[in-house]
Design a binder for this molecule. Sequence first.
Ligand code: ADP
Ligand code: MG
Length: 418
Amino acid sequence: SYRKGGYHAVRIGDSFAGGRYIAQKKLGWGQFSIVWLAYDTQTSKYVALKIQKSAPQFGQAALHEIEILSAIAAGDNANTKCVVNLVDHFKHAGPNGQHLCMVLEFLGDSLLRLIKYNRYKGLEFNKVREICKCILTSLDYLHRELGLIHTDLKPENILLYSTINPSKDPIRSGMTPILEKPEGNPNGVVTINTIEKKLKQRARRAVARISERRASMGGVGLMPKPARSLDGIDVRCKVVDFGNACWADKPMAEEIQTRQYRAPEVILQSGYSFPADMWSFACTAFELATGEMMFTPKTGQGFSEDEDHLALMMEVLGKMPRKIATCGARCKDYFDRYGDLKRIRRLKYLPLDRLLVEKFKFSGDDAREFADFLCPILDFEPEKRPTAQQCLQHPWLNMNKQKNDETKIESRVGKLNI
Ligand code: ADP
Ligand code: MG
């Protein structure tokens, strides 16, 4: 994909926007772009540089994303809404064409990585609560204040950031900027290997230097080492990847969302809006707490992935109301007129609270409380799902189960009249 119309090949030390940004390290990539850590020489901060592929359709997509990110940044001057902030954007001419580039505030590892590093066991409830509050804060902002649907909410698109902000304090976060192209090997060829080796040495030294301090200050695992545990850390995160976001009054694609996080109304093509994001949010919250995806549909003998997905939903959430099972453009493909699936007849019902106890070994109380939070958000009728604003009021989010914090719990519980 590093050819005409495709990705722009970047090397460590490459400069962008007339020398303002210096490439440091590749952070990740998506279908449309590669993302590099860059040093902003003007502000002396680290930033994430998202470099779009150059073909016209990717340029169009980037313009759309820039429009949306600009609206998001314009309404979030204080940077408190848990969404990634756009710092700058520009065009960059390379051998593969013109690339639109977005400069974003630099964030840490994704929640997907965090789940992996917790060995798919699920995070402790207090962390899940903190993360849920951040996601809901961002959704409330996007939905209610901007009229935007994210359409691709999932752990991969939610990034951690530390209270020690690496963009402001690179030394403490373990990084020193590279301002020039590193020297080449004796043959005069700059290879990524030699550079990587140097970088690794440098990172190792920096990590050793800061590990003690970081432990005492409780920084979230940012680069170069991802988080293994978040013990005693104030967890914050931000929603990223607005490449597929759309204005609620101008829905774009018919099929939105990543499979496992896709809402029933999207599968049935009965129209979607903000509640589709709420569905993805609930799937994400479940995954954070259990370490496993809520729904992992597969094609089977005589049925499609969509049908398996609908069956999995009904096994946990009960039968789909007839109204929902009969009104979407795709309903007739999957349901008979009684609202039963045509090709998957025998469902094994296991309600969410029992699933949490039997499969994930939650205590009865934990399971009931968590299910009480999630089930309304997983209503098959999108109009019945609570909004992000309503979810933020749910008592589950404000329960604090720390034993050394009992007085606080009492006063909070008192206020909520439970
Ligand atoms: P795409 O739209 O091509 O999927 P994303 O915006 O999802 O691109 O970015 C791709 C990857 O780059 C992400 O999964 C993440 O690993 C990394 N990334 C994106 N934005 C940031 C950021 N602000 N800070 C740090 N890493 C980022
Ligand atoms: Mg992405």
